[in-house]
Design a protein around this ligand. Structure first.
Ligand code: ZN
Length: 271
């Protein structure tokens, strides 16, 4: 197997750091790319964020995140679309390889899953021209079905690709191994995706998992065949970054410098 793509740090992995601290830490640890979250960018100020990332010499593998389209009423859906337009502008300013899209779950109190999926489809349709004009790819990230109610009615790579088929230019998929490793159709879906894969997020599935959101494992500590998924992505033509994204109550307690040392060690050992 050829070497994995360049390592990128998703800033949630070291969420106690400011953006400039995270960017400097990447440079210090030899991590060539970063994927910031919008709240971290906004805390720094967009212009400062652009400068900090440029000064550290980092590529931007993505911006986390757009999406969250479903809402109980038209005003809520319109507000979500406006928020996504701001996210597109930020991704453009940062030179991000994509805007990662976590599409949203059911509106509060709703049992209408097909309706929520239609709100997602309509939301993407509403912002697509803005994304294309800005040269920002919307990377649709399927999330594990355990999050279907509250965070993502988009659960599989094939579902995301159905939307990409419909919308074409300006759309792609983000493959987060934590969310899709269980899917029996994953290999075929990666082949189907081909060059439309725009991001690859890694972490591991721990057994047992103590929290459905905040107990992601360090690569190598769980049961996901990360190297196997990488091999499939590579065969499909993906040549982008390998982004380490760990939401973990355990790792957030550790010193960020230690976390980044372990991230680099695992990046070197799991592939
Ligand atoms: Zn992810």
């Amino acid at each position: 197997m050829a070497a994995p793509g360049p390592l990128s740090l998703n800033t949630i992995t070291v969420k106690s750091l400011t953006l400039s601290q995270a960017a400097e830490a990447c440079a210090r640890h030899g991590i060539p790319a970063i994927c910031p979250w919008r709240d971290v960018v906004q805390a720094a100020g967009l212009a400062n964020a652009v400068r900090a990332i440029r000064d550290a010499g980092l590529a931007v593998s993505g911006l986390c995140r757009g999406g969250m389209f479903p809402a109980s009423d038209a005003a809520g859906r319109a507000a979500a679309i406006e928020e996504n337009r701001r996210a597109i502008a930020e991704a453009h300013a940062l030179g991000a390889a994509c805007l990662v899209m976590v599409v949203g779950g059911l509106p509060a109190g709703s049992r209408d899953l097909p309706g929520a999926r239609k709100m997602v489809r309509d939301g993407i349709a509403a912002i697509l021209e803005d994304a294309r004009a800005a040269g920002v790819v919307l990377a649709l990230e399927p999330l594990h079905p355990m999050t279907c109610a509250d965070r993502s009615v988009l659960s599989t790579v094939d579902q995301a690709l159905d939307l990409c088929d419909e919308f074409g230019d300006g759309t792609g998929v983000a493959i987060d191994c934590y969310h899709v490793w269980w899917d029996p159709a994953l290999d075929k879906a990666i082949s189907r995706a081909g060059q439309r894969v725009k991001a690859f997020h890694i972490c591991d599935w721990l057994v047992p998992t103590a929290d459905l959101v905040f107990d992601r494992g360090m690569p190598g500590d769980g049961v996901i065949d990360i190297a196997g998924i990488w091999a499939k992505l590579q065969a499909a033509g993906y040549a982008g970054a390998v982004e380490c994204e760990i939401l973990s109550n355990r790792w957030w307690k550790e010193d960020p410098g230690h976390v980044l040392r372990v991230v680099c060690e695992r990046y070197a050992s799991v592939f």
